[in-house]
Design a protein around this ligand. Sequence first.
Ligand code: UT7
Length: 343
Amino acid sequence: MMSAPSSTVRREPAARILGTGSYLPDLVRTNAELEKLVDTSDAWIIERTGIRERRIAPPGMVTSDMATEAAKRALEQAELQPTDIDMIVVGTITPDVPMPATAAYVQQKLGAKLCPAFDLSAACAGFVYGLAIADNFIRCGAAKRVLVIGVEMLSRVVNWSDRTTCVIFGDGAGAVVLGAADGAEARGRKRGVLSTKLYTDGGSTGSLVIPGGGTAEPLTPEGLTQARGKIHMKGQDVFKVAVKNLHSSSQAALDDLGMTGADLDWICPHQANLRIVDLAVAKLGLTKDKVLVNIDRVGNTSSASIPILLDEGVRSNRLKPGDNILLCALGAGISWGSAVLTL
Ligand code: UT7
């Protein structure tokens, strides 16, 4: 059964992005290198996904290391100290450990003060979920400045002998500092998060799953050899639902505001597959020149993809204060969501 959207109509922004940051490990793994691991080709991967290379975290690095680096950069851009943060939300399905939360390690590594710090599991939609949660905490006055991080070390949960998944995913982290909108304006537009829409359809949990390692199937030596602790994906099923749902949630977020695609300056979509992005954008009646893309360089980094894109856009001056931006993402759950904000 499909859940109802959890958000409400918003015209007066409560929270805006004060700073963005991202981190990508140095190590590049090209399609040519994957040709040596599995039966695939550079041409197939580029044509079917748009990916040319992805980043891989080195041994010894953990998820919270990448998250902390992205968070430091976001704080620096916002001209804030770690102690200015009063909540940390980390979207990830690749935590340092099953317990405690990766957010707790990030808090400690940053030197942030005592504050709520928790992980949320919405897979590729994790950043949009985190943004909606942070926006609502700020709106109701329970937090003033929130770090929202999307981070994944998917190289550790990918089956490197499964060509249907190992060519897609990559490692990385992105972060934003969200703070009170305080009526800030740019180009005559009020800056901040305008609308968020979140959905989950638990009827499709089997489409994208790590079947082993939880209470349903504790990992055994046999399970390990069968890669039960790794990502299993029905790619075609996810593909179809992604195109459909990214369109519908984005349309709903725009409808909330009485906006259309023509009111958007940029679309910053989850980088799952370039063909999904192209099809979803076309369904919205939008043109490719408004779409930020980095999947060719970083692959599918799940919850990290949108905040990495945002940070790259801000730092390259493509995204400017006052720009209207649509975010949208879908992943395991199936969970998805869209947000419209003015930068
Ligand atoms: O971000 C979270 C959500 N995830 C997604 O949104 C991913 C959604 N799905 C996809 O991106 C695509 O479905 C994939 C990239 C995973 C697969 O692309 P596809 O065009 O849907 O391929 P397919 O599954 O229909 O497979 C077509 C053929 C098959 O061979 P046969 O049965 O026709 O002989 C596959 O075995 O392509 C084969 N194939 C490959 N060939 C070369 C699958 N993976 C590869 C590969 N290299 N890496």
